[in-house]
Design a protein around this ligand. Structure first.
Ligand SMILES: *[C@@H]1O[C@H](CO)[C@@H](O)[C@H](O)[C@H]1NC(C)=O
Ligand SMILES: *[C@@H]1O[C@H](CO)[C@@H](O)[C@H](O)[C@H]1NC(C)=O
Ligand SMILES: *[C@@H]1O[C@H](CO)[C@@H](O)[C@H](O)[C@H]1NC(C)=O
Ligand SMILES: *[C@@H]1O[C@H](CO)[C@@H](O)[C@H](O)[C@H]1NC(C)=O
Ligand SMILES: *[C@@H]1O[C@H](CO)[C@@H](O)[C@H](O)[C@H]1NC(C)=O
Length: 403
């Protein structure tokens, strides 16, 4: 942002008649760490001495020659119209008025004000103490340095959470914090709340810290068990799943009022009993705990006998569609004879229906033939008549032949 300082009107008015030399300075704004260019514009320059001084009024350049030992200052241009110096790696201490002076009969100066902006870094988030379900969480978003002060806001799912903002000035920059407090539930664990810092030097961009909530809660355990019927000889695998923060490190498997079968294998959270027997019937319990509580789930195991197979399952054509569960396969095998019996029954029913149809059809046909017979009786009569007539004709024909 370069802003042109106007020549004070009174001055121009006084010196109009002489076409006096005039110097004009521009204000300048720069981001910390960048390079500032300070321009002293000259009007009607006639070779007078031009002096540039820093805010402490130390001479930086005397008519183009460096006077102060600070390598960050460089003379960029000295022309009759413009004297330009550059200050690199600007920091907030460089802020202030830089003097452009023109030594004429009527010594004249103008001040270029250098403003340094400090954009915010990514905010940091501090949590007061570990949040536990049912309690409150207190989060503080901190932007330690900015100038002018950044705007620091909290959002959750794009909705602003209004917090308490505080500012602290230190050495020309400002430290800003915004503290929010709210109730948390186990559902809030891992939810994201965002702290966003906006600042004019960021030109619409934001510095964002997406903070994932960490809410501790007591565990919930659940036993996952296979579908279908379990029979002797099958292998049972139960999986105990846990949900908790912190996650229970391990689970404990027990059997209600009894001890686990000796064959039981426990691996992590899974329990496996190979070669099931009916003696394994019982209630199996999984228990998990963390410092906030404990949770149990139960599974009632009922082992069934292997059914006596009635027929060889030779007609079974395709097993690929059957479930992987061994118990279910056993059941599917046992259902094969039923299928055959069903088929035979269907055939029998079909046969009975066929027989019935044939019987009905035959009886209808018999009745029909009786009716035909009656009708043919009449026909016979007609035939007789006809035969009689034909006979006469024949006789006549014979007569004719005879004649
Ligand atoms: C330059 O900055 C100074 C100090 O901030 C201010 O008083 C002056 O009005 C500014 N000049 C222009 C032209 O903006
Ligand atoms: C100041 O510097 C300018 C540019 O180099 C030069 O033209 C002018 O003569 C100098 N003035 C004096 C008084 O040395
Ligand atoms: C387990 O034992 C207790 C007492 O020892 C009894 O009250 C309970 O009914 C038993 N439970 C089962 C499932 O056998
Ligand atoms: C296990 O349960 C099955 C099915 O209820 C039953 O037939 C069997 O007798 C039970 N075995 C024992 C040892 O309780
Ligand atoms: C079993 O079924 C699958 C898919 O329906 C088929 O690709 C496969 O050939 C069948 N196998 C037999 C032995 O019928």
């Amino acid at each position: 942002m370069y802003l042109i300082n106007r020549i004070p009107f009174s001055f121009s008015f006084l010196s109009f008649s002489v076409l006096a030399q005039v110097v004009q300075a521009e204000n300048v704004t720069v981001i910390e760490g960048g390079t500032a260019e300070i321009n002293c514009k000259l009007h009607n320059y006639d070779g007078s001495i031009v002096v540039i001084q820093n805010p402490a009024r130390q001479t930086l350049f005397f008519n183009g020659t460096r006077a102060l030992k600070d390598e960050r200052f460089q003379m960029v241009l000295f022309s009759p119209r413009l004297v330009k110096i550059a200050l690199s790696n600007v920091n907030v201490k460089d802020e202030g008025g830089y003097f452009c002076q023109l030594y004429t009969d009527d010594t004249h100066h103008q001040v270029a004000t250098l403003t340094v902006q400090v954009p915010p870094a990514e905010p940091t988030v501090e949590v007061k103490e570990q949040a536990v379900e049912g309690g409150e969480v207190e989060l503080t978003c901190i932007v330690p340095r900015s100038k002018p002060p950044a705007s620091v806001r909290w959002y959750r799912e794009r909705r602003e959470i209004i917090g308490v903002t505080s500012q602290q000035e230190n050495d020309k920059t400002v430290s800003i914090s915004n503290t929010i407090r709210f109730q948390v539930d186990r559902k809030d664990d891992k939810a994201i709340v965002s702290c966003e810092a906006t600042h004019p030097a960021l030109r619409g961009q934001k510095r964002v810290n997406n903070y994932a909530l960490n809410v501790h809660y007591s565990p919930k355990v659940k036993i996952q068990y296979p579908a279908g019927v379990l029979r002797e000889g099958d292998t049972l695998t139960l999986m105990c799943t846990t949900m908790g923060n912190p996650e229970p490190e391990s689970v404990e498997w027990t059997r209600l009022n009894d001890s686990l079968p000796d064959r039981t294998e426990i691996q992590g959270k899974a329990l496996t009993i190979p070669r099931l027997s009916m003696m394994d019937n019982g209630t199996y319990v999984c228990e998990g705990e963390n410092q906030y509580g404990r949770s149990v789930d139960e599974y009632v195991l009922v082992v069934y006998e292997v059914p006596i197979q009635t027929e060889e399952p030779t007609e079974v054509s395709n097993f690929s569609e059957l479930p992987k569960d061994p118990g279910a396969i056993v059941e599917a095998q046992s259902s094969v004879p039923y299928a055959i019996i069903g088929g035979i029954l269907a055939v029998l029913v079909f046969a009975v229906i066929c027989v019935l149809i044939i019987i009905i059809w035959c009886s209808v046909r018999q009745k029909g033939s009786y009716l035909t017979h009656e009708a043919s009786g009449l026909d016979e009569h007609g035939e007789v008549q006809e035969a009689f007539l034909n006979g006469n004709e024949n006789r006549e024909g014979k007569k004719e032949y005879l004649l």
